[in-house]
Design a protein around this ligand. Sequence first.
Ligand SMILES: Cc1cc2nc3c(=O)[nH]c(=O)nc-3n(C[C@H](O)[C@H](O)[C@H](O)COP(=O)(O)OP(=O)(O)OC[C@H]3O[C@@H](n4cnc5c(N)ncnc54)[C@H](O)[C@@H]3O)c2cc1C
Length: 378
Amino acid sequence: MSTRYDAVVVGLGAFGSQALWALARRGLRVAGIEQFPLGHALGSSHGVTRLFRVACLEHPGLVPLAQRSLALWRELEDTACTPLLDQTGGLMAGPPSGRAVGGTRRAAAAHHLDIEDLTVEQLRDRFPQHAGLPDHYEGVWDPGAGVLRPEAAIGAALDAARALGATVLEGVRVTGLTDGGVATALGTVHAEQVVVTAGPWLSDLVPQVATTVRRVPLTWFGTRPGYDPAAFDLKAFPVFIRHYDDERTIWGHGAALGEPAKVGLSPDPDQQPAVHPDTIDRSVDAATDWARLGTVLKRTLPGLDPTPAKARPCMITMSADGQFVVGRLPGRERVVVAGGCSGHGFKHASGVGDVVARIVADENQVLDAAFLDPARFS
Ligand SMILES: Cc1cc2nc3c(=O)[nH]c(=O)nc-3n(C[C@H](O)[C@H](O)[C@H](O)COP(=O)(O)OP(=O)(O)OC[C@H]3O[C@@H](n4cnc5c(N)ncnc54)[C@H](O)[C@@H]3O)c2cc1C
């Protein structure tokens, strides 16, 4: 292909679609390449909703990224004239020393966020859907939390990028990075810089960034007979993360956007060994996908039917330290990577897209993203 782009973005899921939009907004000549049809359900970004949180329990440094992402999600909503994020507030519950409560409090304290501390009595009173809360549990209410629409957000960013002149190629697999761009079955796409946002396929194209991919299902649950379905609407049963003493976590939210309540369980490396995204099992079954979660639900959310109304396979791409990997690739200065979502990346995708575009365009960063730099593994 004869056109020479300022940058080519490989992979148009969460991070790639937002990076393409951010690059196109800067007036750069950009192309995005996606191996599957746009809006596919074969990566990590399908399944109608994702949790959004501001007081990020995973790392205090993610709070400014979430705040920046929030502003950009609102800009994208305005650009696309479509709702993408519903800020309902969210509940973190568990032992005070655990990640959900302790991590959220640490992040909020570091950035002076308004959060509300809840005693176990207040938890039981305000959220009666949550059963089996031991006396030593506490809660934190994050008013900035809510529910994002991932498929709509990707579509909106790609439309916005195209409206600004970006080229989008779908159904084209990038087979390798070259000195002057990327190789595809259609020939070389020439570009000054390459942005690799290949999600679960990241380490195939950039083996320098080690990731582990785990197959983790998305599961939706209806209410059991005798329970009021309205008690499990998004309004009554908002976004939550509940942490157990044994380090397991369940997360989810009430019925929204035509789907019943969505609940998931943190992956167990023994039950969910590392996989390759080209060969993962795309079917779902009780033993692999919801037997463990169903047992937990009976004790903790007894109003939900422990057999899911719907289940879909999905993938989490873990980096070596559980944080994203965003920055220039050491030793390959024309290559920028953004990946290693580690199961909590969608909410930050618009902010990550902005960080990537600032790197490519050689602009000052507006927030400290050094803790995400791939050089930390060198
Ligand atoms: C069960 C589950 C629940 C989650 N819940 C949340 C949540 O509540 N909140 C939250 O913030 N995050 C959540 N996440 C994480 C979030 O979904 C991911 O962080 C995010 O979707 C990752 O985006 P990505 O761009 O890295 O990957 P993807 O969206 O998968 O995009 C990668 C893209 O690159 C393409 N690609 C790969 N290789 C090539 C190639 N060689 N050539 C061309 N194209 C290529 C792929 O086809 C794909 O479209 C969850 C994840 C899972 C699995």
